[in-house]
Design a protein around this ligand. Sequence first.
Ligand code: 5GP
Length: 212
Amino acid sequence: MEFPKSKLIVISAPSGSGKTSIFKKAKAVLPNLVFSISYTTRQPRAGEINGVDYFFTDEHQFRKMIDGDQLLEWAEVYGNFYGTSKEFIERSQREGKIVVLDIDVQGAMQLKQLPDLDAIFVFFMPPSLEELSKRLVLRGTEDDASLRKRIDNAEHEMSFKDEYDYQIVNDQLEDAVDAFLKVIIYECHGLKSDEKNDMDDIVNSLKKAQIR
Ligand code: 5GP
């Protein structure tokens, strides 16, 4: 099996942990971040675009990808299949991008079993389950049954948080974005040991550069 050439950032975040907002803001500061576009058999939600949010496919094609060893990992989540394309990662890394995988805990635990994979694991958490359920209701994308399933699953996923290298609580969005940026800079930009204490300065100057 071939492994991606440079460090991957693997993220798990229960639905409603605010990851979409965190990703958007982080990418505005570090434009060479790219979020891996997974394959899924789930139906597109309103506004989702094929090839942007996911590559939407059917179970037959998905199984062909598994058999052809085209997926770095895959899992069944909420009754649908989701998988990470090796080809997408390889292409992005050839372009010098830092690739972020947003996958569920089953997928992340599969990747942790691959000893030669250079990856760090980050878990995003809502401040509490009450807050998470409030955010999901506000988002308004799920019916009652799906909402219940996502809240139960979030509780289950949170029990894996200590398996991850970093845990980031999304209480205040800006703080969570800063914490995420620091992890990426620290892990992917090969800081010298005397620079590691200056993380706040580095993040602040990157943000200023983005505003200009
Ligand atoms: P959603 O349907 O809300 O977009 O995603 C549902 C769950 O599937 C999320 O926890 C998301 O992280 C996970 N997911 C998305 N893509 C992948 C993937 O390629 N592999 C795995 N294992 N999980 C994924």
